[in-house]
Write a protein that binds this ligand. Structure first.
Ligand code: HEM
Length: 311
């Protein structure tokens, strides 16, 4: 991976957030950590020999977040809140883990890191002093898939527990017999989905999503079904902008049960860096170019965050 691409992406993300916010993520900066358990569905072990698919239960740490890079963003901010993020760490042993990193929109605006950089630079160059038409309008005119992503409705949910999340990049799942299938993780809320109209969202407080989740957890656990959308032969498994038809089979993978909030400012917890590469036997990258770029940039960004927190 070109390190220039990674640092250029980090720079433009910082720029879009009005400069770097020391100790915070340059994307999905405002987020909240919780702990819980994962229990696999019987079908999971038929798909993959990964340990969390066969063990009766695996402890998890999860983080819900808003998409923007500003740590003080309001949960009902019409521009920076959606898509919300949901990252799940399966704690398999000492320093052994595998993650699912998902957001609340099925798709992504760019196929490669280079294309994403070009898009973000066009957005950054389209401020109030921009020429007409602004660079972002020119970019969108020649990138219909990005335009589709930008224009798709991304309503604010009534709760982090009431929307579905999509891992977008595909993985290759291999079972104990050595049989492989490609698929994409999805997290589906047992409480069902519910979204706010812009008018309803405007009446909410800046921290309503975390407050709502605390209130909900005081009454009982929050559960999500983890499923894998299986690719069929013609589906492109290397392109996160290509949404597969909804008719594709959804294989049950298990249930996530979220029980309590974890202090995200706790030094140990501040260290957590979710990893887009699964790094566990039985689940591999499907060679989507975004996977490696993301892994490199999350690591660089996470190290920068850790260094700032240590000061
Ligand atoms: C080239 C493409 C991408 C770039 C450059 C990028 C960049 C970043 C960066 C820099 C972070 C902060 C990492 C950290 O400090 O720990 C981040 C976090 C995140 N990104 Fe991406 N991202 C990309 C693609 C995606 C995609 C496809 C998704 C959709 C699933 C996504 C969802 C998330 C989520 C949910 C987080 C928060 C993870 C956490 O809670 O720690 N990103 N991204």
């Amino acid at each position: 991976m070109s390190s220039a691409l990674i640092t250029d992406l980090l720079d433009v993300l910082d720029k879009l957030s009005g400069g770097a916010h020391a100790g915070f993520r340059p994307a999905h900066a405002k987020g909240f950590l919780y702990s819980g358990m994962f229990a696999p569905a019987p079908e999971a072990a038929k798909l993959t020999r990964a340990p969390h698919a066969t063990r009766p239960s695996t402890p998890v740490t999860v983080r819900f977040s808003l998409s923007g890079g500003i740590p003080t963003l309001a949960d009902n901010d019409p521009k920076g809140s959606s898509p919300q993020g949901f990252a799940v760490r399966f704690n398999l042993g000492d320093h052994v883990h595998t993650d699912i990193i998902a957001h609340s929109h099925n798709g992504f605006p760019a196929r490669t890191g280079e294309e994403f950089l070009e898009f973000l630079r066009a957005v950054a160059a389209s401020g109030p002093d921009a020429p007409t038409p602004p660079p972002v309008a020119q970019f969108l005119a020649t990138h219909p898939v990005t335009r589709q992503f930008v224009e798709a409705p991304k309503p604010i949910p009534s709760s982090f527990a009431r929307q579905a999340f999509f891992a977008v990049t595909a993985f290759k799942f291999t079972n104990a017999e050595g049989a492989s299938r490609f698929g994409r993780f999805r997290l589906v809320p047992d409480a069902g989905t519910e979204f706010l109209s812009p008018e309803q969202a405007a009446t909410k407080t800046a921290d309503f999503l975390v407050a709502e989740l605390s209130e909900r957890l005081s009454k009982g656990a929050v559960t999500f079904r983890v499923v894998v959308q299986l690719a069929q032969d013609r589906d492109d498994v290397t392109n996160a902008t290509a949404v597969w038809p909804e008719s594709r089979e959804l294989v049950p993978f298990g249930t996530l049960t979220i029980t309590e909030r974890v202090d995200e400012l706790n030094p140990e917890m501040r260290k957590i860096i979710f990893d887009p590469i699964p790094r566990v036997d039985g689940i591999d990258s499907a060679d989507d170019p975004l996977t490696d770029v993301r892994s490199d940039i999350y690591l660089l960004s996470g190290r920068r965050r850790r260094a700032a927190a240590a000061k």
